[in-house]
Design a binder for this molecule. Structure first.
Ligand code: SF4
Length: 368
């Protein structure tokens, strides 16, 4: 089967209005963002739309997801976001299912943006790391002030019933110094349809933070899993745990955190260059680059080039949870110039996957 494009991550603005300490775009070894224009030039946007039209016309996929990303995408402004959405919608042949999304820190989210997102069916994800103390540990403005109050204000509006159709959920980057159940409860205050729990990016060369005295990532996640799984009424979806369960049942993982390399995701930068998934920026300078752009290659040519899974380490190939874990996120496997290693989160992934397996198996009355 030819490689396909399932999701396009459009970098509509290359800068951010926050200076989060763990940011993989600005604070990691990759510094290529400095060479990017702030936002699309009109000719670049037109070329992107032409490439999308070309792909959709020739390949007729059942659906295509387009996620507006950054930096902070809302910095592109109302007119910039409107122009981008209009250009892409106009590029889609009749009958194409375009699914628009945006990932934002929420600070600039206002009624005008929300009206636009309703008009185009753009589902909004907001980054929130828990309550004020947890969130403001890392998610600060350049001067050091926390951003919780601004993000929380936007979320109170987004959580209103009139916006339910465009509210996709919350993205929480884990800091194991924060109480896990407290973080979970603080996220639930904003009634998210779904929560993404993100392991902070790290690898064997630049290991993830493991503060002395704090629980392991597995212990932290297990505390939330048990709270979520044991709730008498489901209050939200947690994609990381759902991905593990999907893999246990033999289905594809909807997230790239577990299950192996996620094919079909293409990143387009503000200068029109094609890149691979952003998490690779944490490995070495230029690691996400492809050398191709909307001027030099079609989306189908790019997908064929990227459709080469990384070889797995011997330890992964003989691991009893490989079918669920997949070796973890590719960026987390990096060491000594190669991805052929277990994840830097190997012990944590093994422990949380085993725990989820045992809980689900006990409910299904099967042995694992
Ligand atoms: S748990 Fe460790 S060894 Fe097993 S597949 Fe995942 S990363 Fe590889």
């Amino acid at each position: 089967m030819p490689a396909s494009v399932q999701q396009i991550v459009l970098k509509v603005h290359s800068r951010c209005n926050l200076s989060c300490t763990y940011c993989y775009v600005y604070e990691s070894v990759d510094q290529t963002w400095k060479r990017q224009p702030f936002t699309f030039r009109p000719a670049t946007l037109q070329r992107i739309a032409e490439r999308i039209h070309e792909y959709l016309s020739e390949h007729r996929p059942p659906a295509l997801s387009v996620v507006l990303h950054g930096g902070e995408p809302l910095l592109a402004g109302h007119d910039g976001i409107a122009a981008t959405l209009a250009a892409i919608r106009a590029a889609a042949p009749d009958g194409t299912r375009l699914r628009f999304g945006i990932q934002s820190n929420g600070i600039l989210l206002d009624d005008r943006f929300l009206d636009l997102f309703h008009e185009y069916g753009v589902r909004v994800g907001v980054s929130l790391d828990g309550g004020r103390d947890a969130h403001d540990r890392h998610r600060t403005f350049a001067g050091g002030a926390g951003s919780y109050d601004r993000t929380a204000a936007a979320l109170r509006t987004l959580a209103e019933p009139r916006h339910r159709a465009i509210y996709s959920g919350l993205l929480c980057t884990i800091d194991v110094r924060n109480d896990p159940v407290g973080v979970y409860e603080d996220l639930l205050r904003f009634d998210p349809p779904a929560i993404d729990l993100l392991l902070p990016h790290g690898n064997w060369t630049n290991p993830p933070p493991r503060p002395p005295g704090a629980p392991s990532y597995a212990e932290w996640l297990i505390a939330i899993f048990d709270r979520w799984y044991d709730a008498p009424v489901a209050r939200t979806r947690i994609r990381l745990f759902e991905s593990m369960m999907y893999r246990m049942l033999g289905d594809a993982s909807p997230t790239e955190s577990v299950g192996g390399d996620q094919a079909g995701v293409v990143v387009i930068e503000t200068d029109g260059s094609y890149e691979q998934t952003d998490s690779l920026r944490t490995t070495e300078d230029g690691a996400a680059a492809t050398g191709l752009s909307v001027d030099t290659a079609s989306l189908a040519e790019l997908a064929a080039r990227l459709d080469v899974p990384s070889p797995l380490a011997g330890k992964c190939l003989s691991c009893p949870v490989l079918r669920v874990c997949g070796g973890g996120l590719r960026a987390h496997r990096w060491s000594d110039g190669s991805f052929t290693h277990p994840s830097a989160y190997c012990d944590d992934l093994y422990a949380i996957i085993r725990h989820v397996e045992q809980r689900v198996a006990a409910d299904l009355g099967v042995r694992v």
